[in-house]
Every structure is written in C-alpha cells, then in structure tokens.
Design a protein around this ligand. Structure first.
Ligand SMILES: Nc1c(/N=C/[C@H](O)[C@H](O)[C@H](O)COP(=O)(O)O)[nH]c(=O)[nH]c1=O
Ligand SMILES: Nc1c(N[C@@H]2O[C@H](COP(=O)(O)O)[C@@H](O)[C@H]2O)[nH]c(=O)[nH]c1=O
Ligand SMILES: [Zn+2]
Length: 362
C-alpha cells in the first residue's frame, strides 16, 4: 500500500476515538514492516497510553527497521505519559510519516527534531488536512488557550428558528437531531442562553448516540432566572455551570449551588462572552457547542467569537416578521464587516440540509 493508504488507516483509527480523548487529541498510528502491517493503535483516553505506544506494543520486534504512520507529531515531553519519541527511537523504527505537527507548546516541532537527531527519516504532511480537521478543537485551544466555539442552529427553509408564537419542536427531522447529539458528544461543553432554557427546558445532554463523554452544560443567565426545577438541575447527567451578572441575587445563587450547579458571577451587570470563554479555557474546556438561542448566537456573531457555524435547514416554511432567525441581537451593520466563512461541507440528512462553515481568520 502507499503512504496515503497507510495514513488513511491511521486516520480512521484516530477518527474512531472522537469525543473520548479530550483534553488530549485523537491520534492513530500504524507500524509497517516490508509492506506488512505489523502493529496499529489509537490513543483511547487522556492519561492512558498514546497511539504510538499501542502500535509499537503490537509490533514487538517487527518495529526494528519498520516505518510508522502517525496522525500527530509524536510527543517529546512527559505529561501524564512518557515521551513517545523515546519509545519510537528505542524500537528501531527507521522512518516516521506524520500527518500534522502538534501545536502544543511542549511539542510543536521538537518531536520531529528529536527523531531526526536520532537518524530517523521523517516526512510531514501526508493526510494533513484530515488530521488538522479531526483535531481542530485541540489545535485552536493549544494556540489560543480558548475553547473552539461551534454555533449550531436548526432553521426552516425561510430561515426561522421558531414560529412567531414561539413553537420550535420540531423543525428538523430525527436524523438531524441525532447528528447534533453526536456533535454534542464531541464537544467538551454545550452552551445555551436562559431564553432557550426557559422556553425548551432542555436537558442539553448527548443521549441519542452511545459513547463519548457527557459534556458540561453551560447556561448564560445574567439575572439567575433559571428555575430550580429545571430538568438539567435535576437529572444529575452532567455538570451545570451558570454564568450570572453582578446583580444576581445571592439567595438564588445559594439555592442553585445546593442543586450542585456551579455559579460564576461576573464583576459587571452583564455576562461578557470574552470572560465566559476565558474561564472555560482555564477549566480545560477545549470546545463549546452553542445551541442558541437566537440572541446568544447574535452576540457570538457580532463579537466574532466563534470558529464554526452549523445550520440544519428543514424544508418547512414558517414566515412571520416576528419569528426569530438563527442570529438575533442588533446584527452586523455593514456587509464588509460581516464574517465571511468557508463552506466545509454540505450534507443531506433525511429531508434536511446540513451546512458546516468555518471562519478562516477574518
Ligand atoms: N427546535 C430544534 C432544535 N432546538 C434545539 C434547542 O436549542 C434545544 O437544544 C432543544 O430544546 C434540545 O433539548 P434537549 O437538550 O434535547 O432536551 N434543534 C434541532 O436540531 N432541531 C429543531 O427542530
Ligand atoms: N494523544 C497523543 C498525543 N498528545 C499530545 O501529548 C499531550 C498529552 O500528553 P499526556 O499528558 O502524556 O497524555 C497532548 O496535549 C498532546 O500534545 N501525542 C502523541 O504523541 N500521541 C498521542 O496519542
Ligand atoms: Zn505521545
């Protein structure tokens, strides 16, 4: 098989662990000796062995003089596990093909340097786009210290997220809702505004699909209007972190804390997105899935504090000048200030169209 084909196998291994390795990236590795696949592995859980180690263990002595295909630059530092580069060097591997460099300041190029110093041939870039897309949350976090923000909306063909009378369940079909639950799994946190919480009483849990970790549930609620009987405060399915403003009542804060919710009180009346994201980053939340509602999306868009925008569009017509759209708020005044995204993919899910678009810098 070619380098691309072996890297394709390593990427499949890595992609099979989406949603389970955070705060570590998903990584796959394959050891090949004279055209024979001698070992393979993936990083399964933070704190456990890295992909390279699993693959080298499976290869045993066949690693001697073999090649290794790995989707992320082998680590050269000791975090919770020893550096992979030392194991690769000791195993006798003579060529390493790497899909993407690791932007973790502890690594970022020093893994490659260490391998080359040990006389190992290194080639970088095969499968790079797919490897970087797979770990876009991790890479963004490592470069900025802030979580990668995905805005998700479900709209009618004429762009409404609910009827003017407030009805929204359901606009899209079951395939779309299942798909968005899968995306919930892949993020470390799900964020919603108090409007959505009061209106839908959502559980904000990733339950429609198996596997992965249950994301933290984040609610922006400047006056602490969330009712103590809210489902997410009763179901013990995942942590609830509530961000409120300086004027929120201390008694309500105390009652909410008794349900186990964690309350972050801002120093000002309003809850600033910049502060929410930096607190989440400090709590090792690498990615946030923002479910809305419209006013919350409006703020993320106006402040350009998001990386990805996903829309599920259903072929239903709602109309109504008062019916909400994906992004409310005061909006962008001039087109030349409007964030221009790049379409990553367009998929049909049942009768719905899913568009995934990403911000490129601007
Ligand atoms: N209204 C629609 C959506 N609406 C999603 C809401 O923002 C809120 O997340 C839901 O109430 C989810 O509740 P729970 O967490 O599953 O209990 N999302 C969709 O994909 N399609 C729709 O039609
Ligand atoms: N998961 C993974 C890597 N992850 C890298 O190592 C860091 C975590 O190190 P530790 O705390 O020891 O698990 C993580 O932040 C990232 O830079 N590296 C690899 O060579 N292979 C792997 O499979
Ligand atoms: Zn490693």
């Amino acid at each position: 098989m070619t380098d691309e084909e072996y890297m394709d196998l390593a990427l499949h291994l890595a992609e099979s662990t989406k949603g389970q390795t955070s705060p570590n990236p998903s990584v796959g590795a394959v050891v090949v000796k004279n055209g024979t696949t001698a070992g393979m592995g993936a990083h399964l859980k933070a704190g456990e062995a890295h992909a390279e180690i699993h693959a080298l263990q499976a290869a045993g002595n066949d690693a001697q003089g073999a090649s290794m295909y790995v989707t992320l630059e082998p680590c050269s530092h000791t975090g919770k596990t020893p550096p992979c580069v030392e194991a690769v060097i000791k195993s006798g591997i003579r060529r390493v093909v790497i899909a993407a460099l690791d932007p973790n300041p502890e690594v970022s190029g020093s893994g490659v340097k260490r391998l080359q110093e040990a006389g190992i041939e290194v080639s970088i870039g095969t499968g790079n786009n797919r490897a970087e897309w797979l770990n876009r949350y991790f890479m963004h976090f490592m470069k900025t210290g802030l979580p990668y923000v995905t805005l998700k909306t479900a709209v009618s063909l004429d762009g409404k997220t609910a009827t003017a009378t407030g009805e929204s369940q359901w606009i899209t079909g079951t395939e779309s809702r299942k798909d968005s639950h899968r995306l919930r799994h892949e993020h470390d946190a799900i964020l919603a505004g108090i409007g959505t919480v009061l209106h839908d009483d959502p559980s904000l849990t990733a339950r429609a699909v198996e596997g992965g970790l249950q994301p933290v549930r984040v609610v922006l609620d400047r006056h602490l209007r969330i009712p103590l009987e809210a489902s997410m405060l009763q179901d013990n399915m995942a942590p609830v972190w509530i961000f409120c403003g300086a004027e929120a009542s201390t008694e309500k804060k105390r009652n909410l804390a008794q349900t186990g919710a964690v309350i972050y009180q801002a120093s000002e009346a309003d809850v600033q997105l910049a502060e929410v994201l930096s607190i989440l980053g400090n709590e090792n939340i690498l990615s946030v899935f923002v479910e809305g509602g419209s006013e919350i999306h409006g703020r993320f868009v106006e402040e350009k504090r998001f990386q990805e925008f996903i829309t599920y569009t259903a072929p239903v017509l709602i109309g109504g000048r008062l019916a909400p759209t994906s992004a409310g708020g005061s909006g962008i005044a001039h087109l030349n200030e409007a964030p221009r995204l790049e379409v990553h993919s367009v998929e049909q899910l049942g009768q719905d169209i899913k568009v995934t678009a990403v911000r490129k810098g601007n």
